[in-house]
Design a protein around this ligand. Structure first.
Ligand code: NAD
Length: 472
C-alpha cells in the first residue's frame, strides 16, 4: 500500500502514545477518572461552542438535538462509567476446573495500549467521544480522527481535547479520507470505526494487513414493522419523531416501514400529521435540522425523483416544501414504490420514508431476512406472540419495541451491528470490555496434582486418567 504524506506525523504520534503506554501500562482508577473528568469539562465548557459549530457545519442543526444526542449522551455515558469503573476494573475470580484444584483462576482486564477511533459526521461529537470514553476508562491511549464533513466541530474538538490532554494521552487528527487511509493503516492495538458499510470494508482490509483487531459500527436499512395490533396514530407519531430527529441522518433511524397493506394510506397520513405537529413550518425552523451538504441533499432528491419516476407516490404535509438553497428536505413518505428502486436498495439517511405493504407477519419477516442484516429493528404492536416471533426470527444490531432509537441510550445494552451493519459492540461495560484484554490467569498451587501426569507415562498415568474420566 502506498503511504500517504501524513503518515510520518501519524507514525510519530502513535510512537509517542505507545511510549507513554509502556511507561504506564496499567493506569490506576484515579488516573482514569481524571481523564473522564477532563472529557466532562470539555463538554461543560465547550457546550455552546459545540452546538454552534455543529449547526454551522450542518447549515442548521437543532441545538436541542445536539444537547440530547451528543452532549447529554456522552455525559450520561461518563456518569455511568464513573460509578461502575471500580467493579469493571476488578480482577474476577472464576471457578477452577476440578482437575486443576487447588489451583485458582481469575480474569485480569488489562488496557490494550493505543486505540484508534475514526468517526462520521452525523453525530460528530457523540461518535468520537463515546468510544473514546470507553477506551480511556479501560486505561488506553486514544488517537481520534473525526469527519472532514463537519470541519468546524472537528477543529473545535482538536482544540478542546488539546487544551485538556497531552498528545500522548488523547489526540485529535483532523483530515479527509486520505488522512483516514493513512490513519487506518497504523498498527493500533485496536481500531474502532464508525461509518458507512462501504468504507468499513476498506477499513477492515487496512486493519487486517497489520492484524489490528477492529470494531465496525456501520449502517444499513433499519426496518420498522407495524403489527395489526399497533395503535397506528401513536406508532406513526413515534416513528416520525425517530425518523425526523437530525432529519433522518441517524444510523439507527427507521429507514422504511412495513405496514399491513390495508393501513398504508392511513399510516402515511398519520405520519405526515405528526410531522406537521412537530414542525408546523420548515423554513427557518430552528428545530428542523438541514441536510449536511449539497451532495447529500441532491442524493436524497434524486432518490425521491427516481422513485416517483418509476411509480411511487410522493406525499408531504401541507405547507412542507423543499428548500434546496438551505438544504431543507421536508418529511417525505413514499407509497406504492418498488423494491428495485434505489431508495429501497441503499441506506436513505434522510427524512424520506418508504412504506411497504404486507399481508401476513411472516411476509414482513421474510422481507427483512431477504436483505442484509439491519443495524436496528423496530416493532410496534401489543401482540406479544407477534413480537416474540419477530424478535426470534430476525437478526439485527438492536431492537426497540414500541418506540424508535431508544435502545442506543440504555447503558447496559451492547450497541453494535451484525453482518453488513457491523462487527462488535460497545457502550457501558461492553465498551470497557471491548477495549480491554480480559487476561485469563491460572495460579498453580503448591500441591499440584498435575505432577501425577508427568512422564515417564505408565500404569500410574493410566489410573489417574481413568479416575479423571470417571469424574467428568
Ligand atoms: P464514511 O464511511 O463516509 O466516513 C466515516 C469516516 O471514515 C470519516 O471520518 C472519513 O473521513 C473516514 N474515511 C473515509 N474514507 C476512508 C478510507 N478509505 N479509509 C479510512 N477512513 C476513511 O461515513 P459518513 O458518511 O461519515 O457517515 C455515515 C454512515 O455512517 C452511514 O452509513 C451511517 O449509517 C453510518 N453510521 C453508523 C453508526 C453506528 O453507530 N453504527 C453511527 C453513525 C453513522
Amino acid at each position: 500500500m502506498d503511504r500517504a504524506p501524513h503518515a510520518p506525523q501519524l507514525d510519530t504520534l502513535l510512537a509517542t502514545q505507545r511510549e507513554a503506554y509502556r511507561r504506564d501500562p496499567y493506569p490506576d482508577r484515579a488516573t482514569r477518572l481524571d481523564r473522564l473528568a477532563r472529557v466532562e469539562s470539555l463538554l461543560r465548557d465547550g457546550g455552546d461552542r459545540i452546538a454552534q459549530a455543529i449547526s454551522a457545519d450542518f447549515g442548521n442543526r437543532s441545538v436541542h438535538e445536539t444537547v440530547i444526542g451528543e452532549i447529554f449522551f456522552v455525559q450520561a455515558g461518563i456518569a455511568h462509567t464513573r460509578s461502575h469503573l471500580r467493579k469493571w476494573m476488578k480482577q474476577r475470580r472464576v471457578a477452577t476446573s476440578f482437575h486443576s484444584l487447588p489451583g485458582s483462576s481469575r480474569i485480569l482486564p488489562q488496557p490494550l495500549g493505543v486505540v484508534g477511533i475514526v468517526s462520521p459526521w452525523n453525530y460528530p461529537l457523540q461518535l468520537a467521544l463515546a468510544p473514546a470514553v470507553a477506551a480511556l476508562a479501560a486505561g488506553n491511549r486514544v488517537m481520534l480522527k473525526p469527519s472532514e464533513l463537519t470541519p468546524r466541530l472537528s477543529a473545535l474538538l482538536a482544540e478542546l481535547v488539546g487544551a485538556r490532554f497531552g498528545a500522548d494521552e488523547m489526540a485529535v487528527v483532523e483530515g479527509d479520507a486520505e488522512v483516514g487511509k493513512a490513519f487506518t493503516a497504523l498498527r493500533f492495538d485496536h481500531l474502532f470505526f464508525t461509518g458507512s458499510t462501504q468504507v468499513g470494508r476498506i477499513v477492515a482490509q487496512a486493519a487486517a494487513a497489520n492484524l489490528v483487531p477492529v470494531t465496525l459500527e456501520l449502517g444499513g436499512k433499519s426496518p420498522a414493522i407495524i403489527d395489526p395490533s399497533a395503535d397506528l396514530d401513536e406508532a406513526a407519531a413515534r416513528i416520525a419523531a425517530g425518523k425526523l430527529f437530525n432529519a433522518g441522518q441517524t444510523c439507527i433511524a427507521p429507514d422504511y416501514v412495513l405496514v399491513p397493506t390495508a393501513r398504508r394510506e392511513a399510516f402515511a397520513q398519520a405520519f405526515l400529521q405528526a410531522a406537521r405537529r412537530m414542525y408546523p413550518a420548515l423554513a427557518g425552523n430552528p428545530d428542523y435540522t438541514t441536510i449536511v451538504s449539497e451532495r447529500h441533499y441532491q442524493r436524497l432528491e434524486r432518490l425521491v425523483d427516481q422513485a416517483a419516476a418509476t411509480g411511487a407516490r410522493v406525499l408531504r404535509a401541507e405547507g412542507h416544501a423543499a428548500q434546496a438553497s438551505t438544504r431543507v428536505l421536508p418529511p417525505t413518505v413514499l407509497l406504492d414504490g418498488r423494491d428495485d428502486q434505489p431508495v429501497m436498495q441503499e441506506e436513505i439517511f434522510g427524512p424520506v420514508l418508504p412504506v411497504v405493504g404486507y399481508e401476513q407477519l411472516d411476509e414482513a419477516i421474510g422481507y427483512i431476512n431477504a436483505r442484509p442484516r439491519p443495524l436496528a429493528l423496530y416493532f410496534f404492536g401489543s401482540d406479544s406472540a407477534a413480537q416474540e416471533r419477530v424478535l426470534t426470527r430476525t437478526v439485527s444490531g438492536g431492537v426497540t419495541v414500541n418506540d424508535c432509537l431508544l435502545h442506543i441510550a440504555q447503558e447496559n445494552l451492547p450497541f453494535g451491528g451484525v453482518g453488513d451493519s457491523g462487527i462488535g459492540s460497545y457502550h457501558g461495560e461492553h465498551g470497557f470490555r471491548l477495549f480491554s484484554k480480559d487476561k485469563p490467569v491460572f495460579v498453580q498451587s503448591r500441591f499440584a496434582g498435575t505432577a501425577l501426569l508427568r512422564p515417564p507415562y505408565g500404569p500410574r498415568t493410566e489410573r489417574v486418567i481413568g479416575l479423571l474420566r470417571k469424574l467428568v
